[in-house]
Design a protein around this ligand. Structure first.
Ligand code: ASP
Ligand code: MG
Length: 430
């Protein structure tokens, strides 16, 4: 049965990392039918900086970023293939293409220009990785994702044309039995313009490929051994979860868990393909799996934080109740402003909702509501969401903290605390 692998930027950040990835595929694990690779290390951020310099016409800064991107990739090519390799020439050609694109797109709308620029990181990284895998005897075919992932022209957040995409991937797979290696994050319109699927979109690319190939598993290789019940950088005693269902993973993503790109799960869930998260540093370590069946992650507490939250405390000026018509009006205004309520706490005379900080969106919202509602704003807050809590756990988490807003359903509790009363790193009460 075919499997699909996805390797993120950290797993290919330098020559040693690419050698490690090669060794893993050559002898460590089963060969995948297809694999998706992100841009190397922090290349995507560098490309965004390059684009920003180009848009403000800062030639010196633009040249500096272009040289840095070229040098980083050529240094890896030199370390892997020696001086003056064919791969180095190909990488240089891609960087020249990137440079030429800037002349052509300087006047184009930003999202279009973004996609023609920022998608280049994956074209560079896959060129290096495919050449290295072939060098060490892992027969690999470099595939251009722009010929496989067909999208609409909503640049930066392109939507997939599923039927066309599946057809293209299936016909490619029928042609070749080598490992198919392609770029995450990018696709193209029918007309051939490069598009991107949103930052961190390579997980989604891998899921699209897994569904189209009828894979029996998708493995995302990370620098951690799996999924955790809280972000290990923020909770000192976070624990790995062995199994959880798609629905539970979606819930946790909704509340801010940065497990995987949120669009990743839909194609997998549709096709019933489990997603396994493993460590490329410790491939033998027990992994985590998200699949159709519930696991312990569907029952045990999990913790999500959102920092720097803003609370809007909204009450009708005429002192009336917050009935359905008023609720609908407030939420419609919120959606129009492009804001999302990370927490909704409803009472008879007031609605408290909490949003990400975005002054450029908050001002128009406050203006739109000002005639009929009194809106009070509190800033610098921390939103804690706990899945599957019990009362004792919540009481210990609350401690003596001020709760500015809260919500509790059968499976989810949310608390909004002043950030000043919260620690930088949390301890899950044991
Ligand atoms: N390289 C892209 C990014 O950094 C896509 C990805 O890594 O998933 O956002
Ligand atoms: Mg990445």
């Amino acid at each position: 049965m075919p499997r699909v692998y996805k390797f993120g930027g950290a797993s290919i950040q330098d020559a040693d990392a690419i050698r490690r990835l090669g060794a893993l595929l050559a002898e460590g694990v089963a060969r995948p039918r297809a694999m998706v690779v992100s841009a190397m290390g922090k290349t995507t951020n560098a490309l965004e900086a390059l684009l920003a310099a180009a848009r403000r016409d800062d030639q010196a800064d633009y040249r500096r970023w272009l040289a840095a991107i070229r040098d980083d990739h050529l240094a890896v090519a030199r370390a892997l293939f020696g001086p003056d390799s064919q791969v180095a020439a190909e990488l240089s050609r891609l960087v020249d293409e990137l440079d030429a694109a800037h002349g052509a797109h300087r006047e184009a709308p930003y999202p279009f220009h973004y996609d023609q620029t920022v998608g280049m990181g994956e074209l560079l990284s896959t060129t290096l990785v495919a050449a290295w895998l072939n060098e060490i005897g892992v027969a690999t075919r470099w595939c251009d994702a722009r010929a496989l992932i067909v999208t609409d022209d909503r640049h930066q957040t392109a939507e997939i044309d599923w039927a066309a995409t599946h057809e293209r991937i299936a016909s490619l797979a029928a042609e070749s039995d080598e490992v198919l290696l392609t770029q995450g994050f990018i696709g193209a319109t029918e007309g051939g313009a490069m598009t991107t699927l949103g930052r961190e979109g390579s997980d989604f690319s891998a899921a699209i490929l897994a569904e189209a190939l009828g894979a029996d598993e998708l493995t995302i290789w990370k620098d951690v051994t799996g999924l955790f019940n809280a972000d290990p950088r923020r909770f000192t005693n976070a624990r790995q979860i062995a199994r959880l269902s798609y629905d539970e993973a979606l819930e946790q993503t909704w509340y801010g868990a940065k497990v995987i790109h949120p669009r990743t799960l839909a194609p997998l869930q549709r096709a019933g393909i489990p997603l396994t998260v493993r460590s490329f540093l410790e491939p033998e370590a027990p992994p985590s799996t998200i699949g159709p069946e519930p696991g312990e992650g569907d029952r045990q507490p999990a913790f999500m934080l959102r920092d720097d939250q803003v609370l809007l405390d909204v009450s009708p000026r005429d002192g009336g109740f917050l009935d359905e018509a008023r609720m609908a009006e407030i939420l419609a205004r919120l959606a129009e402003a492009g804001l999302h309520a990370n927490l909704l706490d409803v009472e008879a005379l007031r609605l408290r909702l909490c949003v990400d900080p975005a002054p450029e969106k908050l001002e128009p919202l406050a203006d739109a509501l000002a005639t009929d509602y009194r809106v009070r704003r509190h800033e610098k807050l921390t939103l804690l969401t706990v899945r599957h809590p019990d009362k004792a756990l919540l009481a210990r988490l609350d401690g003596h903290r001020t709760r500015l807003a809260e919500r509790c359903s059968a499976t989810t509790a949310q608390r909004l605390y002043p950030a000043a009363e919260c620690p930088d790193t949390w301890q899950i009460p044991e």
